[in-house]
Design a protein around this ligand. Structure first.
Ligand code: BES
Ligand code: ZN
Ligand code: ZN
Length: 486
């Protein structure tokens, strides 16, 4: 979609569909108020009303979208409203729309503009490379949007550009997650990283199975052993041309398919397990956004990629795995595989002496029980870093919620026969997983984000989501990294 900025008045500029976002407690512009009965449209959040204003205003059609109470309006409100608008435009088959707000909002113009761009692009996202016989309504694309946001033009343009870059990162993450497991193997995921690197000037390193063996990546090798699709370790490095500090490592779980291995999952639980690389996908999307936004940082994206399959070569319950760190893991359940591959990825991150390590993984079913789809679970070893991620969560609309990492939880995963065991029983399942990871980061500030509940939408809950991968983490990481430089 081509998004352009205009500073004039939405109601004065001709267009096939003008979308006017309206607060519940703000008056409608006079020329619009005359077009409807007040009771028909109160401006409640996401309420819409389509009007044919004849010549009362310049747009041929006018769609009112409610924002709710003015003092409750956030970037998330705008994101949802603009996604709802683009969906309405698609069903009306209008290729070019204009969008704007009636009155002023309690938001910076740049923030409003960014949220508009994100909502428009993400609301338009579709994934159907495997669908045939699509209807014209389904294939119809809204090609252009003109955004009317009041404020300094440079700020508005910067907001649009940021929103577009971030939305492209989210779309990349969604595409990677939605791609079926037989296509998205560790090797193809690595190919995607190489391609991303070429396109954006990232330094990309891929380690294949012989290299992993030689260098001692015992965790990744153990988990990947049962599959003919060999594991990979992927590093994508972005360095700004300017003084390239601080250094942030982003680490992602890249299980391209998680059958559970010998501790096989039941069929229902396996249906969506192509999405077990959503942490990796978020790292890809964030790396792309960071490079496009040219942030003055040194960001290292690290992905452990493997496929977890049962076979006579598969790792077993009872096996001992020697990780890259030298620490040994007692495997009691081969379905708790994410933490094993991440142990190598997190230990590797230490070689960059990072200012922060932020790791994302679809790690535990238990986090879905705790938080549902409405927040990502968070644990961390540095409260300062945890607070930064919380703030980025509020700002980006990708909320996180902290759980504790007290010593007692570390006790629960001590092993007799090895250093650490890969499950700690049902109680506090998400936290013992987080505690396990924290054992591999040394003293570096570390945050673990469990996105098992937020990475996949069976039914989209927000207008800017679609069924399948949500691309969660990209907006959060992009916001965190942008805040980092301020
Ligand atoms: N990939 C799963 C976690 C998951 C579950 C992600 C549901 C998305 C939706 C992970 O590898 C796993 O299987 N975890 C086990 C751990 C258990 C064996 C300790 C789980 O949560 O059941
Ligand atoms: Zn698993
Ligand atoms: Zn998994």
């Amino acid at each position: 979609m081509e998004i352009t900025v205009q500073t004039g008045e939405l109601l004065r500029e001709p267009s096939d569909l003008g979308v006017l976002a309206v607060c519940e407690d703000a008056p409608l512009p006079e020329e619009v108020a005359g077009l409807l009965e007040p009771a028909d449209f109160r401006g409640r959040a996401l309420q819409t009303l389509l009007l044919y204003p004849r010549d009362a205003v310049a747009p041929r059609r006018l769609l009112l979208v409610g924002l709710g109470k003015r003092d409750k309006v956030t970037a998330e409100t705008i994101r949802r409203a603009s996604a709802a608008a683009v969906q309405q435009a698609r069903s009306l088959q209008v290729p070019a729309i204009s969008v704007g707000v009636a009155g002023d909002l309690p938001l910076e113009p740049e923030v409003t503009a960014q949220a508009f761009a994100e909502g428009l692009e993400l609301g338009a996202y579709r994934y159907w490379p495997y669908r045939t016989g699509l209807t014209t309504e389904e294939t119809f694309a809204v090609e252009a949007a003109t955004v009317f946001v009041k404020g300094p033009e440079q700020q508005v343009r910067a907001g649009i550009a940021a929103g577009e870059a971030i939305a492209r990162g989210v779309a990349l993450a969604r595409d990677l997650v939605n791609s079926p497991g037989y296509r998205m193997t560790p090797a193809t995921l690595a190919d995607q990283a190489v391609e991303l690197g070429k396109r954006l000037g990232l330094r990309v390193t891929v380690l294949d199975k012989p290299q992993l063996t030689e260098q001692g990546f015992g965790g990744i090798l153990a988990v990947g052993k049962g599959s003919d699709n060999d594991p990979r370790f992927i590093v994508m490095e972005y360095s700004a041309a300017v003084d390239a500090r601080p250094t942030i490592c982003l680490v992602g779980k890249g299980l391209t398919f998680d059958s559970g291995g010998l501790s096989l999952k039941p069929p229902d639980a396996m249906e969506t397990m192509k999405s077990d690389m959503a942490g990796a996908a978020a790292v890809f999307g964030a790396m792309q956004a960071v490079a496009e936004l040219k942030l003055p940082l040194h960001v290292v994206g690290i992905v452990s990629a493997a496929e977890n399959m049962p076979s006579s070569n598969a790792y077993r319950p009872g096996d001992i795995v020697t990780t890259l760190s030298g620490k040994t893991i007692e495997v009691l359940n081969t379905d708790a595989e994410g933490r094993i591959i991440l142990a190598d990825g997190l230990f590797y991150a230490q070689r960059y002496q990072p200012d922060a390590i932020v790791e994302l993984s679809t790690l535990t079913g238990a986090i879905i029980i705790a938080l549902g789809a409405h927040a990502t679970g968070m644990m961390g070893t540095s409260q300062e870093l945890v607070d930064k991620i919380s703030r980025a969560g509020e700002m980006s609309g990708e909320r996180v919620w902290q759980l504790p990492l007290w010593d007692e939880y570390h006790e629960m995963i001590k092993s007799q026969i090895g250093d650490i065991k890969n499950i700690g029983g049902r109680p506090a399942g998400s936290i013992t997983a987080g505690a396990f990871l924290a054992a591999f980061v040394g003293d570096y500030p570390f945050v673990h984000l469990d996105i098992a509940g937020t990475a996949w939408a069976d039914r989209p809950a927000k207008p800017y989501e679609s069924q399948g991968g949500t691309g969660v983490g990209v907006r959060l990481l992009a916001q965190f990294l942008r805040n980092y430089i301020q």
